[in-house]
Design a binder for this molecule. Structure first.
Ligand code: NCD
Length: 361
């Protein structure tokens, strides 16, 4: 009955009782995700679709004519960037992605400059955005808040799509999609992501990028994950349960040195100490979880080094010159994958396919 907008058919209280995999169906329209809220929404065909689309957009954007075509695709839509947590890359890459597909943008980055300071609820602020804009891209310190907003807007006159650009310690699905795109491009000549091993290193307890990416990797065959962190910062049991249910192989360890020569990809992360209650992470020795120039010799010749950035001391800057360092490519891939995600939400991707086929003829 509510095929076009399933979120209208369920109360918020009932929605919250659902297991996360069942939640995903509520965010679909016409058989594909309409809101982009958490990694469990995406299966392998969806990820492959985004990767192909991102590559097509990237190639089309190389010429003036191609850019003109892209900028017409969503010229009648506007996007709101609502970032109530700090951001450099995610904000700018979404903003650039909107420009590529021809969307104008508005932004609130500091809620002290909005009417929230006058006591307006965040729910009312967001409802205001949906009056002026056709897409809401939001980063928020509370896990699950983007889901709540998607539900809330779906039950108004203007149910605009919501993209989660990072929610608390929980999820960062668009980052995970750009990480998949980077892995896929890096292993293109070696059979893709299937059969590869990847080490996640650092603050896995509060690193939302790792949590989202681990969920996506379970869709590939024969992938093995190593979760490398001190006990206090290890990956959550909820994520391990998702991997267990998918029969994905993984190892939980605190021994980084012995993992380095084993893996095809190393995903370094920053200690997320903004979440500390009482500076507890400063009492954990995290210096063993740094990647140095000396470690390059122990890494496989065709392995890659990733990082969602921003980095602190986790990767020595001199490592950047090594061709296996992929983190600056991740930054750029983020712009293309986000353009692909937006086009897919608004079902304008078919037009890209047709243009691309003509271009390749
Ligand atoms: C990450 C984030 O915000 O979760 N950054 C990003 O979006 N690329 C990682 C971090 O802040 O450490």
């Amino acid at each position: 009955m509510y095929q076009d907008n399933p979120l209208k058919s369920i109360s918020w209280a009932d929605y919250q009782k659902l297991p996360v995999t069942d939640r995903a169906t509520y965010f679909c329209r016409n058989g594909h995700p309409y809101h982009a809220l958490f990694a469990q929404q995406y299966d392998r065909p969806a990820m492959e679709r985004f990767c192909d689309l991102a590559t097509r957009v990237r190639k089309i954007a190389k010429t003036r004519g191609g850019m003109r075509f892209l900028q017409d695709l969503l010229a009648e839509k506007r996007a709101m960037l609502y970032f109530s947590q700090p951001s450099t890359r995610t904000f700018l890459s979404f903003s650039a992605a909107c420009q590529i597909v021809g969307m104008q943008t508005g932004e609130v980055r500091d809620t002290a400059t909005s009417s929230e300071i006058k006591g307006e609820t965040q729910e009312d602020s967001v409802r205001t955005f949906s009056s002026y804009f056709d897409l809401l891209i939001m980063r928020h310190p509370v896990g699950g808040f983007a889901e709540r907003i998607a539900w809330l807007l779906s039950n108004t006159e203007r149910p605009v799509p919501v993209i989660n650009a990072g929610s608390g310690k929980d999820q960062h699905p668009s980052q995970a999609l750009l990480d998949i795109y980077t892995l896929q491009r890096s292993f293109e000549q070696r059979g893709g992501i299937d059969g590869k091993s990847i080490a996640f290193v650092g603050d896995l307890a509060r690193g939302r990028t790792v949590r989202s990416l681990a969920c996506l990797l379970r869709h590939y065959d024969g992938v093995k994950a190593y979760f490398v962190a001190p006990d206090a910062l290890q990956i959550g049991a909820d994520i391990l349960q998702v991997l267990d249910e998918a029969n994905m192989d993984y190892e939980v360890t605190d021994d980084f040195a012995s993992v380095i020569p084993e893996v095809d990809a190393i995903y370094m992360t920053r200690i997320q100490d903004e979440w500390d209650q009482a500076q507890e992470s400063s009492s954990v020795d995290t210096s063993h979880y740094h990647f140095t120039v000396a470690d390059l010799d122990r890494l496989k010749d065709d392995a890659i080094i990733m990082h969602p950035l921003p980095r602190r001391a986790e990767i020595e800057p001199d490592v950047d010159r090594d061709p296996r360092a992929m983190y600056w490519r991740q930054v750029r891939n983020g712009m293309w994958i986000r353009a692909a995600l937006i086009l897919n939400i608004f079902e304008r991707d078919g037009e890209v396919d047709r243009y691309y086929q003509d271009l390749m003829r």
